[in-house]
Design a protein around this ligand. Structure first.
Ligand SMILES: [Zn+2]
Length: 348
């Protein structure tokens, strides 16, 4: 099996530059991005909340309230800043100077944990000695976590890929926000209950449409191994070209064995991911086509980052709807082109 060997720290400089170019710190007001306001200066008296990934920020936003009128009222109490924007890879992300300033100023910090934000972990653990720091992914009960060969003694961090597991993260965010602002407890409770219903509906949709793919075609080949929980939830065999972290390299032998898999199983589609370079997927396609396979890119999936802010895919519900709908259709199943709510490709 492939092993993950952490990159030496010095190589981080290049990754940091890439992360800055591709997203950097994005400051969001509740319910949407705050354009033109990239500095972290909370309104007077507002509590500043920092989140690492978009999915984590989304779960916090659920507790705070989504609808516009409420968001405006709540905005006076809270400002939410997500460090990683669309297309940013959390496995390799290193904090910028602006991130450190945000994290130091923040009243509370939310992250996924389970070693997803591998480079940020030392800083976040240090901050946890002085302030509320909550790892939402680690709210997943141990018995429901997946072990992985790449991570000896650790768990697969991609728990958001199964909406029935993401409930734990949403509840953990609600609990933490309630502790920070006990006077909002009833509103947080109502927001969270309504959202958990949405998660159930999303999960039911995913089960229904993904089951329309014939069982022999339920093979999901992606750029890295982010879909383990998805596969377990919906009965798909999942194969990542890279391992459970994008910091493990895919060797030629790995590409060759996946070409064999595509050829022998007649796999018709493989998937790129918005936060991972498509170089390995292209090498795989080239190798498979050279052996006569008819295989194409099925879609670009949102694995470790959501879509652009202000779009439906830029929300957790939208990213999963996009993934489920695209995978189903690319593998020959039946799902509405615009997804569960007819909102794919729309501004949110
Ligand atoms: Zn990942």
């Amino acid at each position: 099996m492939r092993k993950t060997s952490p990159r030496p720290l010095m190589e981080g400089r290049q990754l940091k530059r890439r992360a800055l170019l591709r997203g950097g710190a994005a400051l969001f007001a509740l319910g949407g991005p705050l354009s033109g306001c990239m500095q972290t200066a909370p309104k007077r008296g507002a509590k500043l909340i920092a989140a690492t990934t978009g999915m984590v920020a989304d779960a916090v936003r659920v507790a705070l309230g989504r609808d516009a009128a409420e968001a405006e009222a709540e905005g006076k109490a809270f400002e939410l800043s997500a460090l990683m924007g669309a297309g940013v890879d959390p496995h390799s992300y290193r904090e910028t100077r602006a991130d450190v300033a945000t994290l130091l100023k923040a009243d509370a910090v939310f992250w996924n944990g389970l070693f997803l934000e591998a480079q940020l972990e030392p800083l976040l653990l240090k901050l946890a000695k002085d302030k509320t720091v909550v790892a939402l992914g680690e709210a997943t009960p141990t018995a429901k976590r997946r072990a992985h060969d790449d991570y000896a003694g650790r768990y697969d961090p991609h728990v958001w890929m199964d909406p029935s597991l993401w409930r734990y993260a949403v509840r953990a965010a609600a609990d933490a926000i309630t502790k920070l602002a006990p006077e909002r407890a009833s509103r947080v409770k109502a927001n969270t209950a309504a959202y958990l219903d949405e998660l159930s509906a999303l999960d039911a949709y995913a089960k229904r449409v993904l089951a329309s793919v014939s069982s022999t075609r339920r093979v999901l080949i992606t750029a890295h191994d982010a879909f383990g929980y998805f596969g377990a939830a919906y009965g798909y065999e999942v194969v990542g070209i890279q391992g459970v972290s994008t910091e493990s390299e895919a060797g030629l032998a790995r590409i060759r064995s996946l070409v064999d898999l595509i050829v022998s199983r007649g796999v018709g589609a493989v998937f790129v991911e918005s936060s991972v370079s498509r170089r390995n997927v292209d090498a795989l396609l080239e190798g498979a086509r050279a052996r006569g396979a008819k295989v194409a890119v099925g879609a670009e999936l949102f694995s470790d980052a959501m879509g652009a802010p202000g779009t439906y895919e830029g929300t957790y519900l939208g990213m999963i709807d996009h993934n489920v709908t695209s995978i189903t259709r690319a593998l020959g199943g039946e799902a509405p082109a615009r997804g569960r709510l007819g909102k794919l490709g729309e501004k949110s």
